[in-house]
Design a binder for this molecule. Structure first.
Ligand SMILES: [Zn+2]
Length: 66
């Protein structure tokens, strides 16, 4: 395997670890970054999707998904 490929895999593994390492300050469990879509109404009364990047864990799962 070329050296270049190995370093790329190592970089990827490091990034995955960095994301997974983030803990919730409330429950101490791992928080999972997700993209959440919600329907919001603008000034003209039109529905449109709103995209939010959030960190999901057991604490806020009910607030977000109902
Ligand atoms: Zn939590």
């Amino acid at each position: 395997m070329p050296k270049k490929d190995r370093s790329f895999t190592a970089k990827l593994a490091h990034e995955v670890r960095t994301i997974a390492h983030e803990n919730c300050p409330v429950c101490g469990k791992d928080r999972v970054p997700v993209v959440h879509y919600a329907s919001v109404t603008d000034d003209q009364g039109n529905w449109r999707p709103q995209r939010r990047r959030i960190k999901l864990c057991d604490c806020n799962r009910k607030q977000i998904y109902g």
